[in-house]
Design a protein around this ligand. Sequence first.
Ligand SMILES: Cc1cc2nc3c(=O)[nH]c(=O)nc-3n(C[C@H](O)[C@H](O)[C@H](O)COP(=O)(O)O)c2cc1C
Length: 308
Amino acid sequence: MKKVLVIYYTQSGQLLEIAKSITSDLEKEAEVAVSYYQIEMESPFRFPWKKEAFFNIFPETFLQIPAALKTEKIPEIEGEYDLVILAYQVWFLTPAIPVNSFLKNKVSDAVFKDTPVITVIGCRNMWIMAQEKIKTLLWAKKANLVGNIALVDRHVNHISVITISHWMFTGLKTKYLKIFPKPGVASVDIKNAARFGKYILKSLKENNYEQLQPALLREGAVKINPFLVLVDKRANFLFDKWARLIVTKGEKKGGKRLLWIKLFNLYLLFAIWFISPVVYLIYLISYPFSVVKIKKEKKYYAGVKKNL
Ligand SMILES: Cc1cc2nc3c(=O)[nH]c(=O)nc-3n(C[C@H](O)[C@H](O)[C@H](O)COP(=O)(O)O)c2cc1C
């Protein structure tokens, strides 16, 4: 019997839907036992979000400061698994606080050590640098990253910013003003994620994951958009400055910090609506001179290896 554990954190349920679609072939196998474990926090993050709470988690998220888990001992996940599927969301270009906290806690030492791990991402569209951070966290756990599947909102960047705001602040995965497309990962993409299962099953049965990521890539498990990579990298650089500055402004609920959080919110809007179009123009102009670099980066970010 092969044992597979799906570790996940979701607020709307979208990520669990994605994970369950991917594991549907595994669930049908008599020789495979799939169990699910949802990461729970001592102080849960409310969904839908209040605007202030949403931006107030930015510094700790970005600086990857762990928060307390609901329990420091998790009986369900003790024991050895043949494969772990880690399904996570991205918050501010970084693994969400629950996932980061779980990976930084000793509670997850045993489950990851020397274990093959497949990461599954369900986010808006910007996950490249978050996955690099996950690679580092998994490496510290002595886990073996063997696969990655990233499902994103396929609409253009600015449209998905509007639609995800509607979703996050109302909790409704519906068409904003009835004219915008539905937010999040499309239902058809979630349903079709079941196609990845057969490759995972083959690797699991053969206990050989060498060819898994190439097979997943042929099936379109990951699509790298070089412009979004550029934005992700630049934004990481600037977010670092903002996060470090805001944490020096005192208590999480204190007045001075909240003022800086508001400034960050305004900066983010300015960056999305005014700076990113300029970056896009620069990207287009410099494209012919960056083809080789872009090709190399695309290959690296589509893979599961980590540049140390
Ligand atoms: C605080 C916060 C920040 C987010 N930041 C990003 C981000 O940087 N990149 C991205 O692609 N998605 C981002 N998202 C979207 C999430 O990754 C995810 O798609 C969304 O929260 C839905 O997840 P769920 O359905 O599993 O609850 C963010 C969401 C939240 C709540």
